[in-house]
Design a protein around this ligand. Sequence first.
Ligand code: MLT
Ligand code: MN
Ligand code: ZN
Length: 297
Amino acid sequence: MRVIVLGSAAGGGVPQWNCRCPVCTLAWRRDGSVRWRTQTSLAVSADSESWVLLDAAPELREQILSNPSLHPRRPGRHSPIAAVVLTSGDVDHLAGLLCLREGHRFTLWAAEDTLRQVAASPVFGVLDPSLVDKRVLPTDESTRIAGLTMSPFAVPGKVPLYREAEEQEIERESGSVIGLEVSDGRGRLCYVPGIAHLTPALAERLGGADVLFLDGTAYTDDELPRLGLSPKTAARMGHLAITGDNGSMRAFVGTRAQRHYIHLNNTNPVLVENSAERATVEDAGWTVAHDGLEIVM
Ligand code: MLT
Ligand code: MN
Ligand code: ZN
């Protein structure tokens, strides 16, 4: 299986268009200490011929342009993108669908709640229903998608930001936020860009993967309030922090998975390559994913 990190940032990207937090300030300066990052998406393939996108970031067109594996290969209209799987209905995960509107046949897989969201927005009607098959991806069973076995599982999370007025419940495994386990029969990849907290069962499942891409939104739970950027803690945004007693870094000590943080918010100091925080996560066995990172497993 091949895995390409198309984008590795949380909502807003790095730098964020309207931000001069300490990390964005370094990124705007382009001095090499902070890589620019687009919003989170992976491309996975069993045969390097057809590819499945895990989430569709707003920068999808740019991500396709930067990755030759996703370029059209045959005369006329063609794309190796066979399917898209969404892990939530957040804008940073589904806006890229609008880049796939020009007459290409593919299958869109997502939780029922997310598909309902897509159906409720007339803009997504540009995905011609005669070409784009929209299918519910059932949790706790396996679905074959382009030669890969996709096993989704519910994770604690919340409704998308634009629907928060409806419901404020965060820590529930409601099925609207999912994690994905992807296998080609040999390697097992887990991709969980958003998770509000880790249950023991989830920690065991994720720690046993060959390769894990996990929610690395915030280094500390109070990162945004402390910078005066938002009153919301990471937990309030549906993301478990890297550090702290219940943080992700501590939870995976000694596990076998090759571990990568993804969905990195632009405020996260691990994005600064020479920072103490970057050294801390690397010492704990994590890498900080970047756009273009490729893994063959
Ligand atoms: C999140 O991960 O919390 C969302 O991307 C927030 C947003 O939509 O900006
Ligand atoms: Mn997000
Ligand atoms: Zn910023």
